[in-house]
Write a protein that binds this ligand. Sequence first.
Ligand code: ZN
Length: 269
Amino acid sequence: MRIWANHAHVFPQELREEGSLDNLLLYMDSCEIEGCVAFAPLARQVRELGLDPTVWLAKAVKRRPDRIIAFGTIDLGGSSFKSQVKKIHDLGMRGIKIHPPGQRTAILADALLEVYAEAEKRELFISFHTGPHRSRLASLRVLDFDEIALRFPRLRFSLEHVGGYAGLREAVGVIQNNEHRPHTRGVGTVFAGLTTVFHPRWREYYLSPMMLEELVYRIGEDHIIFGLDFPYNDVNETKEAIKIINHLNISTAAKEKILGEVLHAQIAL
Ligand SMILES: [Zn+2]
């Protein structure tokens, strides 16, 4: 099976060695992952190095364009959000990672509404962190993602961690509610990101195999995307996650979609 995974956080070697691009490639080899989406760091994480995280990542991934597809991040302390999105697009990136707690923003903030409009226009995919993160839960209410889907009807995005355990049912509702929306790469604009949901040590996000099977029943396999949360989950945890998916009581075709086909279809050039 050809595995493609979303959600790898990549950092300059000097900032975070275990999160380097070299390490990601080794990690992918160990887990037999063919390709993955790498997220640029947040602006504040690389400020001390004087780097623009998006420009840095766009350049770094040029080494392996066959295996790594880059997503940019938005500097919400900066200005002209529209031109930041345009820059991400012009650098050849295929999407944007938004982490509302990490970026201290609410998902319906004016700055982000500008980002969504431009991302929709440029056909960029957005991956959102969802679920408890010791920030204000009202800043990332799961039902508000339905508002985004409604206002930006061709914008495709994933709910990483599927709302967390606490938000799972609402996330299912948001995905179902928007599964009819046509866009240039298919139908249905909201996706479940199966990231950090496989290990019970993550109390906020863990979903049992039974819950995963139920998720596939509720929303089907065409809107589910496997993610790594590299480097926060190690090689063994990711191997275990792949094993869990492969052992679910769902069809082989469904497993292949979840482990790569859906993601690839949404972001490949
Ligand atoms: Zn993450």
